[in-house]
Ligand binder design. Structure first.
Ligand SMILES: Nc1ncnc2c1ncn2[C@@H]1O[C@H](COP(=O)(O)OP(=O)(O)O)[C@@H](O)[C@H]1O
Ligand SMILES: [Mg+2]
Length: 318
């Protein structure tokens, strides 16, 4: 829900305005993708005319304020590109993105981004790294309180003065999440944030993200290639991919044909990836990872990713 912190440039001032240094975390914006497409120029051969190859095509989607939307898709289908476009780190070739009703034009201060690697500065303490995420102009006193609050939220209160090399990968990722939240973002963009963690740490981080979302119910766009992660965390899941028949040359214009000839290995991208499936995940979180309902959705998503789900457990001996 929009509140005092929801103006585009007002985050820093409203942080200061809140009494007692307590920072509101009730900031969540709608994100609308309207007919978004993105094409990149293929590498130019000497003297040759550069050609464009589409990566994304006609992505239209509305993410509600406070919703957790998972974006699934095979490697290279444009998930990170879509996330970058949402945050204004890249711009669409066609279409537009609106956050809280106003267009994204350039890097958008309403968003915070988290990546697979924690990207902490090694010479700074954990607390000092989190401080980097505070909006410009935050006073020292407010900043100190906010950082302490966030470190507590991600369970790192005892590690504020440690350097990144002195903490585990999971802890570093928690520090990175705290840094992203320091801005009190209206939209949190997470690009495979747990992709590099071991299986157990990953499950713990997923639980932590749910706790964080309860405490700070911001809108989250979560890119993942992990179907179970999407089912556990998301309100809704979209699957990006190529529509049937879009690997055919038929119907493409001359420029597209050149692109195909140029990049035969990626001929299935003649039209780019788009939203193939959109699923609402039932049940309140945390969800039972073993539920039959989720198993059915898992099967559908895996099939959409081109992986045949085994419907039966093979009989012994196997
Ligand atoms: N800045 C860029 N210039 C050229 N090609 C790019 C650029 N960014 C991404 N791509 C290409 O777009 C495609 C999709 O990339 P990406 O969004 O990173 O996929 P994903 O995150 O789904 O693995 C890839 O083929 C990638 O090489
Ligand atoms: Mg990616």
């Amino acid at each position: 829900m929009p509140n005092a912190t929801t103006t585009r440039t007002g985050a820093a001032t409203s942080l200061e305005a809140l009494p007692g240094g307590h920072v509101s975390t009730n900031c969540a914006f709608a994100v609308e993708f309207v007919g978004v497409g993105r094409a990149f120029a293929s590498e130019k051969k000497r003297g040759a005319r550069g050609v464009m190859y589409p990566v994304l095509r006609d992505v239209s989607l509305t993410v509600r304020p406070g919703e957790v939307l998972a974006i699934l898709g095979t490697s290279g289908c444009g998930k990170s590109t879509l996330l970058r476009i949402a945050g204004g780190l890249d711009s669409p070739s066609v279409g537009s993105v609106r956050i809280d009703g106003s267009p994204v034009a350039g890097i958008d201060a309403r968003c915070a981004v988290g990546f697979q690697e924690p990207r902490l500065l090694p010479w700074r303490t954990v607390a000092a790294n989190v401080t980097l995420g505070l909006p410009a102009g935050t006073s020292r006193a407010v900043g100190r309180n906010r950082v302490a609050e966030l470190l507590e939220l991600v369970g790192l209160s005892g590690f504020a003065e440690h350097r990144p090399r002195e903490i585990s990968g999971g802890m570093a990722q928690r520090a990175s999440l705290a840094r992203a939240l320091a801005r009190n973002p209206g939209v949190l963009l997470l690009d495979e944030p747990f992709g590099a963690l071991d299986a157990l740490t990953k499950l713990k981080m997923q639980d932590l993200l749910l706790d964080v979302h309860v405490a700070a119910p911001t809108t989250i766009l979560l890119v993942t290639h992990d179907v179970d992660e999407a089912l556990q965390l998301a309100d809704r899941i979209i699957l990006l991919g190529y529509e049937d028949g879009t690997d055919k040359e038929e119907g493409t214009d001359v420029a597209d044909r050149t692109a195909v000839a140029d990049r035969t290995a990626v001929a299935d991208r003649v039209y780019g990836a788009t939203v193939l499936q959109e699923l609402t995940v039932p049940g309140a979180r945390p969800r039972d990872r073993g539920s039959a309902e989720l198993a059915e959705l898992r099967g559908r998503l895996l099939a959409g990713l081109g992986i045949a789900a085994k419907s039966t457990i093979p009989a012994f001996p196997y």
